[in-house]
Design a protein around this ligand. Structure first.
Ligand SMILES: Cc1ncc(COP(=O)(O)O)c(C=O)c1O
Length: 407
């Protein structure tokens, strides 16, 4: 019998982390690599947030804290939900963890029993299905389409619900597509959920502050107050405040669920880093004006990338509502051969040949559960994006019809 847990055999390592690591190694080996695989802002954490952390260190706030967050941070989170989402929560309804990832993980670990199903629209953030599997549950993947803007339809949601459904795991704006749900689109989904009172909603709002044009962010508990009692609203400071390395995420929801999540956390990581928690207090309570400036910069980058990619033969790139990703289709590149002689039959072939022949690292769509696409994270400088997209365009221009199609 294997020494390793059977649960481990059910999960795979994160492909985005693996591709980012490969790109880093190639770069260290001296190759001219542009990494567009990592999902983190290139901006630095704002100075006032760093200063709050330094002050916390000097004030000796370097000890264990309450397992799921210091009272000051819980209050700041309640204020944030009231101010930005019109949602009323009290501190016992709030949980703070080591990144949004641990929040989601705690919630799934706290609630899933063998056979419990979690509905996940595809393409999805790579960790969702594996976290569900690790927690002993069953991911139910519902594919969306480019034509539907990569948004799950109410009909598809309704059809996926069974008596075993425990959660609908929802993410808007989305990683990897950037797709955001309008209030009306979200309302159509919450109407379905109202008819199935055993189904809870886990809303991953990590990209809330990255919303462009006339798209206005909204979240299920706010759109349908009748779902408040069975919604866990998840958020964090990683993306909006450029704090990925600080590892602070949080959630608000019904008190018994939050208590169960606390129990898990108290027996695993104890508490998120005390210094990072003080930094997060400043992030949420401090000046917010830089968010709009950064959002404008991301929007310009989105436009640059989508415009350039749409000029590449074989690629079709939708212009998404939010986050810092685009998810172009490579359907028009399949069955072709690259200038370097690689046969392109899948989106993985495309990404592999692109990295080998141009040094541009992207993540292939199969990693997110929907092919044939790839994801670009455009959270990097305009110059770098321009160079990367130029290389992608040249790569696509170099594709030729293959004389033979493989079986
Ligand atoms: C959709 C989504 N949810 C959650 C997370 C986790 O964020 P954190 O870095 O706070 O753990 C990420 C990070 O990539 C994400 O893209």
């Amino acid at each position: 019998m294997s020494f390793l847990s059977v649960n481990l055999a059910r999960v795979k390592p994160s492909p985005t982390v693996a591709i980012t690591q490969t790109a880093r190694e190639l770069k260290e080996a001296g190759q001219d690599v542009i990494g567009l695989a990592a999902g983190e802002p290139d901006f630095d954490t704002p100075e006032h947030i760093k200063d709050a952390a330094i002050a916390a260190i000097h004030a000796g706030k370097t000890k264990y804290t309450a397992p799921d967050g210091i009272p000051e941070l819980k209050r700041a989170i309640c204020d944030k939900f009231r101010r930005e989402n019109g949602l009323s929560y009290t501190p016992p309804q709030v949980s703070v963890s080591t990144g949004g990832k641990q929040v989601l993980y705690n919630a799934l670990m706290a609630t899933l029993n063998p056979g419990d199903e979690v509905i996940i629209p595809a393409p999805y953030w790579v960790s969702y299905p594996d976290m569900v599997l690790l927690a002993g549950g069953t991911p139910v993947i519902v594919e969306t389409t480019l034509e539907d803007g990569f948004r799950i339809t109410p009909e598809a949601l309704e059809a996926a619900i069974t008596p075993k459904t425990k959660w609908f795991l929802f993410n808007s704006p989305s990683n990897p597509t950037g797709a955001g749900y309008t209030r009306a689109q979200l309302g159509a989904l919450t109407d379905v959920l109202l008819r199935h009172d055993h189904v809870w909603v886990m809303s991953d709002d990590m990209y809330e502050h990255l919303a462009y044009d006339d798209f206005t962010f909204c979240t299920p508990a706010e759109v349908e107050p009748k779902l408040y009692e069975r919604t866990l609203t998840v958020n964090g400071v990683s993306k909006a405040y450029a704090m990925t390395g600080w590892r602070i995420g949080y959630a608000a929801g019904p008190e018994p669920l939050i208590a169960a999540m606390r129990k898990i956390q108290s027996q695993s990581t104890t508490n998120p880093c005390s210094i990072s928690q003080w930094a997060a207090v400043e992030a949420l309570n401090g000046p917010q004006d830089f968010l709009a400036e950064r959002c404008a910069a991301f929007k310009a980058r989105r436009n640059l990338v989508a415009d350039m990619l749409n000029a590449a033969p074989g690629i079709s790139c939708p212009v998404p509502e939010g986050a810092f990703y685009v998810y172009p289709s490579v359907a028009g590149c399949l069955g072709k051969t690259s200038a370097g002689g690689a046969r392109i039959d899948t989106d993985e072939d495309f990404a592999t040949a692109l990295l080998a022949e141009t040094g541009v690292a992207v993540v292939f769509g199969a990693a997110f559960g929907l092919s044939p696409y790839f994801r670009i994270s455009y959270a990097t400088s305009d110059d770098v994006l321009h160079e990367a997209c130029s290389r992608i365009v040249r790569f696509c221009e170099g594709l030729t019809e293959s004389p033979l199609r493989s079986a």
